[in-house]
Design a protein around this ligand. Sequence first.
Ligand SMILES: C[S@@+](CC[C@H](N)C(=O)[O-])C[C@H]1O[C@@H](n2cnc3c(N)ncnc32)[C@H](O)[C@@H]1O
Length: 229
Amino acid sequence: MTPLLNRALFQLGLELKRLPTFDTDDASLLYYRGLVELIADVPGDIVECGVGNGKSLFLLGLLTEGGKHTRRVWGFDSFEGLPPAQPEDEKASKQPIRKVRAKKTTRSEAHLRWMILRYRLRPRRRISRRQLQQRFVFVKGLSPATFSTYAGGPIALLHLNLHRYQAHRECLEYFEPKVADGGVVVCDRYRGFKSIGATRAVDDYYGGPPPGFRKSEHARGWFLVKGAS
Ligand SMILES: C[S@@+](CC[C@H](N)C(=O)[O-])C[C@H]1O[C@@H](n2cnc3c(N)ncnc32)[C@H](O)[C@@H]1O
């Protein structure tokens, strides 16, 4: 509902921030399940840059629980404001966007933990306190200052769900070389109707539209399998 409403509001220079619910929708589930299936045989951690309300991190954590490889799930986020937009983020529309903020967005790492414990995958699958403690690592701060905190080895899945050109570039430069062969790089905002910066950053990093980068049939994200093209 929110994306449809936002398409209409966008014309007026407004945007309604997504209201998190504690249920996951079927499209997201199919999207993340498809990505996780691709890495079934690839050892390594999950790294997400841009955690927001933690819904994608919740799904990635849950869907990789009990798999062939033990994985940690890393979430990098400022958990507060963003750096200012750069010229590379210039919108197609010249109209400035005013955000109509919904109340339930993540306010802190503690709030994110609280949210993740409440998400449910129908009928009753969830992340337990123990799993949260053992597998999830949250790193607070603006990119790229916090990236050296990453203490994992090869990355099986790198998920970019950020705002802005600079953040995408920094994440790709630091984390993409750590993605294992056969691992997956995912960018949710590539070619998004108001995410010029994300598209430019990915294309600049790879020296053009990355070979093998394709749109998921289930959701807006684009992904590639490293070394496959
Ligand atoms: C769209 S939200 C992520 C949504 C989330 N993956 C989900 O499924 O709910 C984008 C997040 O990226 C974070 N972010 C954007 N730019 C950043 C930067 N330069 N450094 C750290 N965090 C950043 C924001 O704080 C925000 O929480």
